[in-house]
Ligand binder design. Structure first.
Ligand code: HEM
Length: 190
């Protein structure tokens, strides 16, 4: 079991911190759900077959759909930013029945959007399977509708989204590969 207890931290000083925070919370979910970590480890082993000692490369991470699903579920359940950056409207606007005056500030509730029970089945549960085998995969860029938006959406969407997804998958895969099988001092997490 991954022993990552005690590493959760939070500030809003930059995207790297956001990624670290996201990974830590994702890892806590793996500690809480060892069967998910086990499935992830099996996928990693099947892709790197016989070469477990070396670092997982970017191309190998692309061959791991469950890894991507775990990262996406982590971003849905624990988005590093609870809000996107504040946006404002350029003219009087009606949004969801509410009048927003010109230059009024709009904050999008990223975390709540990803946990909306009208959209997500058991929204507080950590279930990477929701991102597997769908005919219409969830689009986190918001181009085909918004079910979650950890990187924002539209013209001001995070320009680091590609780098961030790559980094998250790469980091998580190598961490799980290195630490799976080790004993943890963690006995109970709620
Ligand atoms: C898990 C990692 C990351 C998450 C969750 C994240 C999320 C976000 C969010 C929510 C926004 C605001 C979008 C909006 O206002 O609509 C944003 C903006 C931005 N992000 Fe990221 N980000 C991450 C990583 C990165 C990385 C790795 C970089 C750079 C290499 C980056 C660069 C930026 C920049 C420059 C903006 C401002 C864009 C603008 O205002 O036009 N981010 N990010």
């Amino acid at each position: 079991m991954v022993g990552m207890d005690g590493m959760i931290r939070w500030d809003d000083t930059g995207s790297m911190t956001g990624m670290i925070r996201h990974e830590n919370l994702g890892l806590v979910e793996l500690v809480k759900n060892p069967e998910i970590q086990g499935r992830l480890y099996e996928e990693i082993k099947s892709v790197v077959a016989g070469e477990e000692a070396k670092e997982i490369e970017e191309e190998e991470a692309h061959k791991m759909p469950y890894l991507k699903a775990v990262v996406l579920e982590g971003l849905r359940r624990h988005p590093p930013g609870r809000f996107v950056l504040p946006h404002s409207v350029t003219e009087d606007t009606v949004l969801g029945g509410y009048k927003v005056p010109k230059r009024g500030t709009v904050n999008f509730m990223v975390a709540e959007i990803g946990r909306d029970p009208a959209v997500w089945d058991e929204p507080m549960a950590f279930k990477p399977e929701r991102f597997m085998g769908e005919e219409e995969p969830v689009d986190i860029t918001g181009n085909r509708g918004i079910k979650m938006m950890p990187f924002g959406a539209g013209r001001r969407i995070c320009p680091g989204i590609g780098l961030a997804m790559l980094h998250l998958e790469y980091y998580l895969a190598n961490m799980v590969k290195s630490l799976s099988g080790r004993k943890s001092k963690v006995t109970k997490l709620t």
